[in-house]
Each structure stands twice: as structure tokens, then as C-alpha cells.
Design a binder for this molecule. Structure first.
Ligand code: NDP
Length: 280
């Protein structure tokens, strides 16, 4: 039997509707500042899409595009200005920054209550402590997909492949908070296949095309593919060998159309959240 396909586009559309309805009903005027340093074409596309999403749901966006050679001091000054601007509830600093700037150092200058990417040490710490903060968009999008798919997380064995600050680590924390038993794999894991085969919920976030093959998946497992890679003919593809794994898994996210749209939608939800908190 072929797996159920988890339709990230549809779930993301539901999140956008929920956000738009809440903004209208609560009379909020959320604002998101986007900061794009330099002219990397892929980053420019991401930021443009995020701003279009904002416009669709009633979030005002304020775009800033410092030049690629902006100094550390000038970028810090811009972030300080945005931290102080009451119209701005969320600040999105598009990564990666040019080489002369340190991604982590600059991200840490964002006020934690405006850190809608959930990447500051304060928000990472709050997540670790099980306290309310802003959670990174991709992991919270994955949790939303799992909820939507009706996955039973309590007591389930969840395996996360990848341990980045942006994706793997926060996702493992969220799964743990949902009472899953979490195994965290990475490039030094001795037998990845053996670990993955024990998963009721398997999440791949390694950035390695076709890393997860059908023999690594337990029949009926939920498989979430965060990976974003390209095929030889330049089509988007994930970390999971979709065609073979779908014959084994119980449900599976496609690439594209799975986690990607959720990441965008959760940014809107985080901005709404930040705007609500600013009112309290
Ligand atoms: P990183 O490169 O920061 O982290 C990759 C992680 O995967 C590392 O922890 C690494 O282990 C681990 N890894 C790499 N190769 C293997 C392997 N062969 N076996 C086991 N583990 C391995 O990537 P990100 O976390 O930022 O992103 C992961 C993927 O998700 C990328 O493809 C990225 O493009 C995609 N992505 C997609 C998003 C979306 O919205 N769909 C959003 C964000 C990211 P180690 O720590 O030991 O090096």
C-alpha cells in the first residue's frame, strides 16, 4: 500500500487563513521587518516570497537591504533601530550573511521578543526549558504537519536526522516536549539505518539527497522530509528517496509541497504571536 501524502501546501493554506482571521478579528497591525544583506539571488527570492505572504494575511512588511559590504556596526545599528521600532513586531535577518559578518553574532542582536525565526540564544534556551518563546519556523511547521496527520507522539519513537540549531535541535526538543522518545542522529551516527528503522516518526533534516531509503523505514512510519536538495536536472528533491519510501511508510511529506510551505506559514504565525505579546 502506498503511503498517505501529507499535503503541506494545504495545511499551510489553513495556517495562513487562521492568521489572517485572527489579525482581522483582534484588530492587530502586525509588522515584520525583513533584512536582506547583499544580493544573493536565492535569498532575495526567499525574502520576496515572505513579504508577499505577509501582504496576503494583513502583516505590514518593512524591507531593508543593506549592501553586501555593510559593516558590522552599521548592521548592528539597523537591528537596534528595528528593535526599538514599535511598528515592527518581528525581525527577519535573512541568512547566510556575507562572510565578513558572523550569522550567530548578528542574530543574537535581535530582541528575543521580535526574533520570529526563534534563533536567538534566549529563545533557544526558553525552548530547552519548556517555556514559552518564539520557536523556529521549520520545526514548528513539522509539528503542525504531524498534528494534522494525526500522528500519536506520546510514547512514540521519533528519530531526527540532523542536529543544526535552525532545524534538528529545536525539532528534537519539540518532539521531546510532546512526550516522544527521541533519538537524535547526525553524521557520526554509527548505523543510521538501524536507528531509523526503529522510528514511528522519522524526520530527515540532513541536506543529503536520497539519504533515507526504503530499507531504513519501518512499515507504517510517518516520514517527514525537511531536506532541500537538487536533482541532477536541477529539480527540488529532499533527503528521502520518495518513490521507494512511499511504498513502505504510512504517511510521507513530498518535496516540494511538504515542509517548505509550512516554514513560510509559521513565520506569519510567529509574527502574529509577537504582535499579540507586544499588546500585553
Ligand atoms: P545543516 O547543514 O546545518 O545540518 C545538517 C545536519 O545533518 C548536521 O547535523 C549533519 O551532521 C547531519 N548530516 C549530514 N549528513 C549526514 C549523514 N550522511 N548522515 C546523518 N546525518 C547527516 O543543515 P540544516 O539543518 O540547516 O538543513 C538541513 C536540510 O533542511 C537542508 O537540506 C536545508 O536546505 C533544509 N531546510 C529546509 C527547510 C524547509 O523549509 N523545507 C528549512 C531549513 C532547512 P553533523 O552535525 O554531524 O555535521
Amino acid at each position: 500500500v502506498s503511503a498517505r501524502i501529507i499535503d503541506g501546501k494545504a495545511v499551510a493554506a489553513g495556517v495562513r487563513e487562521r492568521v489572517a482571521a485572527a489579525i482581522a478579528a483582534e484588530g492587530l497591525h502586525p509588522g515584520l521587518a525583513t533584512v536582506l544583506v547583499g544580493d544573493d539571488p536565492a535569498s532575495a527570492v526567499y525574502v520576496r516570497m515572505k513579504r508577499e505572504d505577509c501582504a496576503q494575511v494583513g502583516i505590514e512588511s518593512f524591507h531593508h537591504a543593506p549592501p553586501a559590504d555593510v559593516s558590522r556596526e552599521d548592521l548592528a545599528a539597523l537591528l537596534a533601530e528595528l528593535n526599538a521600532d514599535e511598528r515592527v513586531h518581528g525581525i527577519l535577518l535573512q541568512l547566510p550573511l556575507p562572510d565578513h559578518l558572523d550569522d550567530a553574532e548578528m542574530t543574537a542582536l535581535i530582541a528575543p521578543d521580535k526574533d520570529v525565526d526563534g534563533l536567538t540564544p534566549v529563545n533557544a534556551g526558553l525552548l530547552m526549558h519548556g517555556r514559552e518563546g518564539l520557536v523556529p519556523c521549520t520545526p514548528s511547521g513539522v509539528m503542525e504537519l504531524l498534528r494534522h496527520d494525526g500522528a500519536q507522539l506520546e510514547g512514540a519513537h521519533a528519530v531526527v536526522v540532523g542536529r543544526s540549531q535552525l532545524v534538528g535541535k529545536p525539532l528534537a526538543q519539540l518532539l521531546l516536549a510532546a512526550n516522544a522518545t527521541v533519538t537524535h542522529c547526525h553524521s557520526r551516527t554509527r548505523d543510521l539505518g538501524e536507528e531509523c528503522r526503529r522510528a514511528d516518526v522519522l524526520v530527515a533534516a540532513a541536506g543529503q539527497r536520497d539519504l533515507i531509503t526504503a530499507d531504513m523505514v519501518r512499515p507504517g512510519a510517518v516520514v517527514i522530509d525537511i531536506g532541500t536538495n537538487r536533482t541532477d536536472d536541477d529539480r527540488p528533491t529532499g533527503d528521502v528517496d520518495f518513490d521507494s519510501v512511499r511504498e513502505v511508510a504510512g504517511s510521507i511529506t513530498p518535496v516540494p509541497g511538504g515542509v517548505g510551505p509550512m516554514t513560510r506559514a509559521m513565520l506569519l504565525e510567529n509574527t502574529l504571536d509577537a504582535a499579540r505579546r507586544a499588546q500585553r
